[in-house]
Design a protein around this ligand. Structure first.
Ligand code: COA
Length: 260
């Protein structure tokens, strides 16, 4: 049996990546960060894959955080490197050229919430709990939590979650805009795969254009963002999928997107 901390399975054009350390509630140690980095690089490069779903093994946790046992012995320089390692991997996920869905099947705490936030959409079981509990360990978030939670849910939410360290339930996470959808735990997998299939049938280059516009435009001023969107809008006119999508509409049929 492989000792990889990940399970990877393809369902047609959907790749499901599962963090697999259930006895440690899927905590992110250095080996898991590196395995995720390699898995997302491979998924980005594989044209047969159009959507990635990320989840955690077992009934209890998506990811319960960075590995506290591993972190407890780090020197300041090693701590900085550990943060960079996590941030590099999560930036790769955020900049993926295809949609990444986080399927939150339980605790998404600390590095687990940070990992969920670098995904493009988050679907949570009604039993899930999310939070940034680092302060309870005398730590602060180090994989982008203070920055992504600020951008995702605003100052009030980031300060509440990070300063108190208290996890919140899925319903409150939905209210704050931290997750996109909450579904009954028993329906989580089916609902996530349904959404993934919808995205897998969409025009890949249009999806990529949207992801690029939000990622790049979201980090610059409105003028530059609009200019970037205009450039991307022009670019999609070079795709066969755009011709197919508009023609199919006019011919009153379903489009078939090839990704070209
Ligand atoms: N790092 C390393 N190990 C972790 C972990 C983490 N972030 N979270 C859980 N584990 C381990 C526990 O040490 C335990 O291992 P053991 O059986 O070898 O002792 C195992 O996972 C099960 O966790 P346990 O605490 O017994 O489960 P629980 O149901 O009682 O509590 C949590 C669940 C999520 C509330 C609790 O595990 C927790 O608070 N985890 C840490 C969350 C956190 O602070 N994350 C941010 C880290 S910066």
């Amino acid at each position: 049996m492989s000792d990889s901390p990940l399970l990877i399975a393809d369902h047609d054009a959907i790749r499901v990546i599962t963090v697999h350390r259930p006895d440690k509630l899927n905590a992110l140690n250095a080996a898991t960060l590196d395995a995720l980095d390699a898995a997302f690089a491979a998924a980005a490069a594989d044209d047969a894959i159009r959507v990635v779903v990320l989840t955690g093994a077992g009934p209890k946790a998506f990811v319960a955080g960075a590995d506290i046992a591993e972190m407890s012995a780090l020197t300041p320089v090693q701590g900085r490197d550990f943060s960079l390692r996590g941030q590099r991997m999560m930036r790769r996920v955020e900049r993926m050229p295809k949609p990444v869905l986080a399927m939150l099947n339980g605790f998404a705490l600390g590095g687990g919430l940070e990992l969920a936030m670098c995904c493009h959409l988050r679907i949570a079981a009604d039993t899930a709990k999310v939070g940034q509990p680092e302060v309870s360990l005398g730590l602060i978030p180090g994989f982008g939590g203070t920055q992504r939670l600020l951008r995702l849910a605003g100052r009030a939410a980031v300060l509440e979650l990070c300063l108190t360290g208290t996890p919140i339930d899925a319903a409150r996470a939905l209210q704050l805009g931290i997750v996109n959808r909450v579904v009954a735990a028993a329906e989580l997998e089916a609902e996530t795969m349904k959404l993934a299939a919808q995205l897998a049938n969409a025009a890949p280059l249009a999806l990529r254009g949207i992801l690029d516009c939000v990622n790049v435009g979201g980090e610059c001023g409105i003028e530059e963002g609009l200019e970037y969107e205009t450039a991307q809008f022009g670019l999609v006119f070079s795709t066969q999928d755009m011709r197919e999508g508009t023609r199919a509409f006019l011919e009153r049929r379903k489009p078939e997107f090839s990704g070209s």
